[in-house]
Design a protein around this ligand. Structure first.
Ligand code: DGJ
Length: 721
């Protein structure tokens, strides 16, 4: 890490001939100010060190393109605000108009002000009555953060159609990685060549969506987790968005990010300002290094959960809607007996909620099921030494609810009729102050009355035609902002309350929501083999301690596959560990086995909460190797998972990445017990432990255990004293 620093040659009036070097957290950016338009990022990547102003200037000069035949007299550059008025013919930064007029502003530089590793760039077009401010910062974690605001300085309305922030990538980045997915299979990676044209990923779901790309990345072909230069961008926003990877015939490739507006959604009145969410860029030699910057950034937040992540039991897959006080009390007893520390009562506790067809919106305890309210359960949970958590889905309403019957006008719609339903539910218009006040009052009361330490905040449908009713005004982004307000207020009122962002699993995973919540529900899929990929790619941005990872009953509900406890629990270790299983169905041996994995989770959770996640790049994906290495690289653990059969047997050697090459480590098998081996096979030579240097473990590696598919080996790695 370096302390933030800046090197600039003269910053002067509107015609500038200088460049600016910002550096922090191992990252440098260089901005070319040699223009009367808006600055251009000419370098973003590895820390350039303490170079002179002349060298910074030289770097900027080296990036100035020549004029070419068939082109404009000035070759356009990817400035921070690329616009046609400076010759830019690719995707522009700003698109908008005043009732069809003033479509092409010329936002010219008016000011650059530098503060440590942050710079604020101001630009204006007085004739078109627009001004823009771009705040750009290299953060202590080495991320490049951008934020854009646009002000209507005129005296009539300005309709903003699009506003994007731009991140250049190296000229030889020739492969794009993004993620897609669906319910139960979030964050599936997809790769393609980064050719001329645009690869655009948009969400029109009013939330990011299970298919949204968590990261839009471009790197040198074949980049993996361990190696290959790669740059990526994430938009910290929980609504509609647009992420672009584009290469034009005249410029290097770039990534761009911004909100996606519904038509007419942002109309700036005179004097009004649009403020974008943060766009965050990271880079790394390999994806693990890129991700580590996001993880460091989140961990440095004052609000980041600093205490060990409590082992959680969530009741959903244990009882679903079958809420019965005695049954849940018994489940709480069983949970406490295996070492659970937080008991979360999922869907089914409120008025009329006997299945998923009714009740959403009526946030009062259903006395027909809970005659004495939740108190008996809350008391038992707290007496057993656990925290109490409660599921809510505050933005949703079933038409079959008292709320919908009393306030049909509180539902989002674009016309006279309601949008198509999903899971028999509609969406509350939180931009309606009465609706949001109701939600806030209910949540506040529930938290206080039931000593709720944790809310699982669900959101189980896409927003379709999210308008304010028959007038047909779009309300998608206003609903995101209203949601943020409610979360912020609730947290202010209940500073110790933790909140999980769930949306049918991982359909609302972004750093906008994570700025206000403490973890995400990664996926409804608890099949550990599916989880391998889901957690690996969610981890591109989200640190493991913020990723809910529960182990479940051996027959996995979402895939009907059978998974062994050590596989389920072993894969949950690199996450915020929990259980989603009717533990009352287990005998004493079953409970003891679960308790053993809970103890292991407690043993490793501080390492998970503070360390670096690493993934081994392997040509054979039958075996997955991942681990967490402490910051001082003195301690680590790895899981070696046989996802399916290997082509060769024995399967060959595996490498353990991320260790200190010069340190000698003791490697030992934690699970299964070292004497375990399959019939007909000799014991693994290193099963009872070995000493090796970090360099040899990272390069030569060690023989993978021969395992049946669906088995996992957990190993511990300690610097030899
Ligand atoms: C979807 C969530 O992802 C599940 O974990 C569960 O909370 C259900 N909703 C409850 O309806």
């Amino acid at each position: 890490m370096h302390s933030p620093s800046t090197v600039a040659s003269t910053i002067g009036g509107p015609t500038m001939s200088s460049a600016l070097h910002l550096r922090d957290g191992g990252t440098s950016i260089v901005l070319d100010l040699r223009t009367d338009s808006v600055p251009t990022i000419v370098y973003w990547g590895d820390d350039l060190g303490d170079i002179s102003a002349a060298a910074v200037d030289g770097l900027a000069l080296a990036a100035v393109p020549q004029r070419v035949s068939g082109g404009l007299d000035v070759t356009a550059r990817l400035t921070l605000l690329p616009q046609p008025s400076s010759g830019w013919l690719g995707t522009p930064a700003i698109q908008g108009h005043r009732m069809g007029r003033g479509f092409s502003p010329r936002l010219a530089l008016t000011d650059v002000s530098v503060d440590g590793a942050s710079v604020t760039v101001s630009a204006a077009d007085e004739r078109r009555s627009l001004s823009a401010v771009i705040e750009l910062e290299v953060t202590p974690a080495g991320l490049l953060r951008q934020r854009l605001s646009l002000t209507n300085t005129g005296d009539d309305d300005y309709t903003l159609d699009s506003a994007l922030m731009f991140f250049p990538v190296p000229a030889d980045a020739d492969e794009i990685l993004d993620t897609t997915g669906r319910h139960l299979r979030e964050r599936s990676p997809q790769r393609q060549a980064f050719t001329i044209g645009s690869h655009v990923r948009e969400s029109r779901r009013g939330r990011p969506g299970a298919d949204s790309t968590l990261l839009h990345a471009a790197g040198r072909r074949g980049f993996g987790f361990e190696s290959g230069l790669v740059h990526g961008v994430h938009l910290a926003w929980s609504g509609n968005h647009r992420l672009v990877a584009e290469r034009t015939p005249t410029a290097d490739g770039f990534l761009a990010a911004g909100e996606l507006f519904e038509p007419g959604e942002v109309i700036l009145a005179p004097g009004q300002t649009y403020r974008s969410p943060d766009a965050l860029g990271s880079w790394g030699e390999g994806l693990s290094a890129l991700s580590a910057r996001f993880h460091d950034e989140l961990r440095a937040r004052p609000s980041h959960v600093a205490r060990p992540r409590p082992i959680t039991l969530n009741t959903w897959e244990a009882v679903y809607f079958d809420h019965d006080v005695e049954r849940l009390l018994a489940l709480a007893d069983a949970a406490a007996s295996v070492g659970v520390e937080r008991f979360v009562l999922d869907d089914g506790w409120f008025l009329g909620r006997r299945d998923d067809e009714a009740g959403l919106g009526d946030w009062y305890v259903d006395r027909s099921v809970w005659p004495d309210g939740l108190t008996p359960l809350v008391d038992r949970v707290i007496d057993l030494g656990m925290e109490f958590g409660l599921w809510v889905e505050p933005e949703m309403v079933n038409p079959d609810s008292d709320l919908a019957r009393a306030h049909p006008d509180w539902l989002l719609s674009a016309r006279e009729d309601l949008p198509l339903s999903a899971r028999q539910q509609q969406v509350l218009d939180l931009a309606n102050p009465e609706a949001s006040a109701y939600v806030l009052e209910r949540l506040d009361a529930l938290v206080t009355e039931n000593r709720v330490a944790y809310l699982k905040w669900d959101h189980n449908r896409d927003l379709l035609e999210p308008g304010d009713g028959p007038s047909g005004r779009a309300r998608s982004r206003e609903n995101v902002l209203a949601l943020y307000d409610i979360l912020d207020t609730l947290r202010l009122r209940h500073p110790h309350l933790e909140i999980e962002s769930c949306a049918s699993g991982g359909a609302r995973v972004d750093l906008g929501i994570l700025q206000r919540t403490d973890r995400i529900w990664t996926s409804d899929c608890l099949d550990p083999l599916e989880r391998l990929q889901i957690q690996k790619y969610t981890g591109l941005v989200v640190p493991p301690e913020m990723m809910g990872a529960h182990f479940s009953s051996p027959v996995v509900h979402s895939t009907d596959r059978t998974a062994r406890l050590e596989l389920s629990a072993g894969i949950a270790l690199i996450g915020h560990v929990g259980i989603e299983w009717d533990l009352t169905s287990l005998d004493e041996f079953g409970l003891a086995a679960v308790a053993r994995w809970v103890r292991l989770a407690k043993h490793y959770r501080d390492l998970v909460r503070t360390g670096s996640v690493v993934h081994a790049d392997r040509s054979d994906d039958a075996i997955d190797v991942r681990g967490v290495v402490s910051h001082d690289r003195e301690h680590a653990f790895f899981t070696i998972t046989q996802a399916r059969t290997s082509v060769t047997l024995p399967p060959g050697r595996i490498r353990l990445p991320g260790l200190d090459p010069t340190t000698e480590y003791t490697v030992s098998v934690v699970e299964p017990s070292p004497e375990h081996h399959q019939p007909g096979q000799s014991p693994l030579a290193w099963a009872t432990g070995l000493s090796a240097s970090g360099r040899s473990l990272g390069t030569a590696g060690l023989q993978a255990p021969v395992q049946f598919p669906g088995r996992l080996t957990l190993i511990d790695v300690h610097a030899t004293a």
